[in-house]
Ligand binder design. Structure first.
Ligand code: PMP
Length: 294
């Protein structure tokens, strides 16, 4: 079996999947994306991801490439053709192909849609979460509209590479005032020394993570109150717990930050509890369900 990707109306061998050189995504990063987890035959929080996709598209005045129903059918078909029950689907929409010019094409072109999928073993994430992971801090060098999930990820990529080189999983980004914004591809939470669960408000300073939204619901279901406020790196270093959330990591405890242990250097009870309760609260949309139901 070879891997299959969806590119602008066609299912093609992944190895041969390609877009035009004048795709505005390739030339100008003029596009948006989503990553949706598949877990044991279900899409996780699909509605939230597709709602955020609609918002990202509308903020950039890019038309939807197709109806939601048709898009879900493509996501299902890509997962099916790749025989994936647990893993991730990636979808990217760009403004389309047009002669290179910063301004939008005068006559609107069809937005371009690419969908790929890859398998992942959920047990690996669970093992990582049981041990906890390392993070470093980096200055947040991104633009002011990080609430839009654009494919313009160069500052995120540079920060993530710095993390890799430091032997860490994630780079936690810090604004000019010394407050944590979010991770290079995750949202960041702390449990303060007083036991308060804190995460930055989802204003324009961060991406409103779909996992973050579900974890807010998990916390409420667990009877934990959450303070949505900014916090500093010093607060994170003095915290009882620091953890990340994203579709790829669910709830992931950070046990060292810039090489310094968080509390006793082991995953904390709040992160562990939120992770354990996550799948019971998240939306599950069956991969093989009717395309009318999603
Ligand atoms: N922040 C950034 C910058 C991200 O790239 C991501 C992952 N897409 C997140 C937060 C987490 O979002 P989600 O929970 O929707 O995966």
């Amino acid at each position: 079996m070879f891997r299959t990707a969806y590119v602008n109306g066609r299912y093609v061998r992944h190895a041969d999947a390609a877009v035009h050189v004048e795709d505005r995504g390739y030339q100008l990063a003029d596009g948006v994306y989503e990553v949706v987890e598949l877990h044991e035959g279900d899409f996780i929080d699909l509605t939230g991801h597709l709602d955020r996709l609609d918002r990202s598209l509308s903020e950039l005045a890019i038309a939807a490439p197709m109806s939601r129903l048709a898009l879900v059918a493509v996501l299902r078909e890509v997962a099916r053709r790749n025989r994936i029950r647990s893993g991730f689907v990636y979808l990217q929409v760009t403004r389309g192909v047009a002669p290179r010019d910063h301004a939008f094409p005068k006559t609107p072109v069809r937005p371009a849609l690419v969908v790929t999928a890859r398998p992942a073993d959920p047990a690996k994430g669970d093992a990582m979460a049981a041990a906890g992971v390392a993070a470093i801090t980096r200055p947040d060098e991104r633009w002011d509209r990080v609430d839009i999930k654009t494919i313009g990820l160069l500052p995120n990529a540079l920060a993530k590479q710095a993390a890799r080189e430091a032997g860490a999983l994630e780079a936690i980004l810090v604004d000019a005032d010394g407050h944590v914004t979010e991770g290079a591809s995750t949202n960041v939470w702390i449990v303060t020394a007083d036991g308060a669960l804190v995460t930055r408000p989802a204003d324009r300073g961060i991406l409103r993570g779909i996992t973050r939204t579900t974890v807010l619901k998990v916390a409420a279901a667990e009877g934990l109150s959450v303070e949505e406020r900014r916090f500093t790196v010093a607060e994170a270093l003095a915290a009882r717990e620091v953890f990340l959330t994203s579709a790829g990591n669910l709830v992931m405890p950070i046990v060292t930050l810039d090489g310094r242990p968080i509390a006793n250097g082991a995953p904390g009870s709040v992160a562990t509890r939120l992770r354990a309760a996550f799948r019971g609260v998240a939306e599950h949309v069956p991969l093989q369900g009717s395309n009318k139901s999603a």
